[in-house]
Design a protein. Structure first.
Length: 267
C-alpha cells in the first residue's frame, strides 16, 4: 500500500508570494506530479503549515488547491496554522472531543496516527507541544491499534536534525512522546514536516523521515543558528510503501529530469 506525504505548503492569499514563489502554484505542481506518477496511492497526508499566517482567505486557497484531488486526505496543523480558523474552513476534518486535529487512518495492516502538535502559546515561538489531552488520546489510539504496525505523523520533529535553528523549535516534550512510544514496539515509523528538508535517521530505536516542503526549503547549513532562512529549491513529496516486511520511504523531487534511458551497466 502506498501513502503520499506532502508538507509545509505555507499558502498565502491569492496573488501573494514567499521569497518570490507562488505557494499555491507550487502545491498544485507537487499534487499533479504525485497523482500522475503514483495514481495507485491509497491516501495523502499533509504534515502541517498548511498556510503561512492561518488566515481565512489562505484556507480558502487551500480548499481550492485540494478540490480536485481524488484520494482521501489527512490534514495536519503546524506552527503557521490556526486551529479555529482551520476548523471553520474544514468543519468535516476529523478531530478529537477536545478539538485537536487528530485521527487514526487504517491503511491495510498498518495504522496511520495523525497528531496535532500546534501550540497557540508556544515558547519558544513556533515550537510544538503535545498536551496531556493529546498524549492521552495517543495512548488510547496506540492501544486500539492492537499490535498493528503504526506510523506516527506530526508536524514538529521529536528529535534533533543538526539544523540548530529548527532544533530549537522542535517538539518541546519529545521525551514524553518517546517514553510513550517505548511502551508500544509496534510504532515503526515517524513522519514529520517543519524543517523543509529531506532527512532520515533513527531516534531511540524508531526510524524517522522528514520531507521537503512543497514551496520553499531550508538551506542545508548544519549548525545554522536561525530558522528564518529560505531558498528557492525544488519541492517534492514522500512516497511511503507499507509492506508486510516493513516501511519503505522514498522522496520524489520536482527538479527537472530527463527521460529514463536503458543502460545495462549503470545500476
Amino acid at each position: 500500500m502506498k501513502l503520499l506525504v506532502l508538507t509545509d505548503p505555507h499558502l498565502v492569499e491569492s496573488g501573494g508570494d514567499i521569497i518570490g514563489l507562488d505557494p499555491a502554484r507550487r502545491l498544485t505542481d507537487v499534487l499533479e506530479h504525485a497523482l500522475d506518477h503514483h495514481p495507485d496511492a491509497a491516501h495523502i497526508v499533509i504534515l502541517g503549515d498548511l498556510t503561512h499566517h492561518g488566515r481565512p482567505a489562505q484556507y480558502d486557497v487551500l480548499r481550492d488547491c485540494l478540490a480536485g484531488v481524488p484520494l482521501p486526505m489527512s490534514l495536519l496543523l503546524g506552527n503557521h496554522d490556526d486551529r479555529a480558523t482551520f476548523i471553520a474552513a474544514f468543519p468535516d476534518a476529523p478531530r478529537t472531543d477536545d478539538g485537536h486535529i487528530q485521527q487514526v487512518v487504517t491503511l491495510g495492516n498498518h495504522r496511520l496516527i495523525c497528531l496535532d502538535s500546534f501550540d497557540e502559546a508556544a515558547d519558544p515561538p513556533h515550537s510544538g507541544y503535545l498536551c496531556d489531552a493529546r498524549m492521552a488520546w495517543l495512548r488510547r489510539a496506540l492501544q486500539g491499534a492492537d499490535g498493528a504496525p503504526v506510523i506516527l505523523a506530526l508536524h514538529h520533529p521529536p528529535f534533533k536534525t543538526g539544523l540548530d535553528g529548527m532544533d530549537h523549535i522542535r517538539l518541546r516534550n519529545d521525551d514524553a512522546l518517546h517514553a510513550l512510544i517505548a511502551e508500544f514496539p509496534n510504532v515503526v515509523q515517524l513522519l514529520c514536516g517543519h524543517v523543509h528538508r529531506t532527512i532520515s535517521g533513527g531516534v531511540r530505536g524508531t526510524p524517522y523521515a522528514t520531507f521537503k516542503g512543497t514551496c520553499h526549503q531550508s538551506p542545508l547549513t548544519l549548525g545554522m543558528a536561525g530558522s528564518d532562512h529560505s531558498i528557492d529549491e525544488a519541492g517534492g513529496c514522500g512516497v511511503v510503501l507499507l509492506t508486510d516486511d516493513g516501511v519503505i520511504v522514498h522522496n520524489d523531487d520536482l527538479a527537472p529530469r530527463g527521460a529514463a534511458t536503458v543502460d545495462g551497466h549503470s545500476a
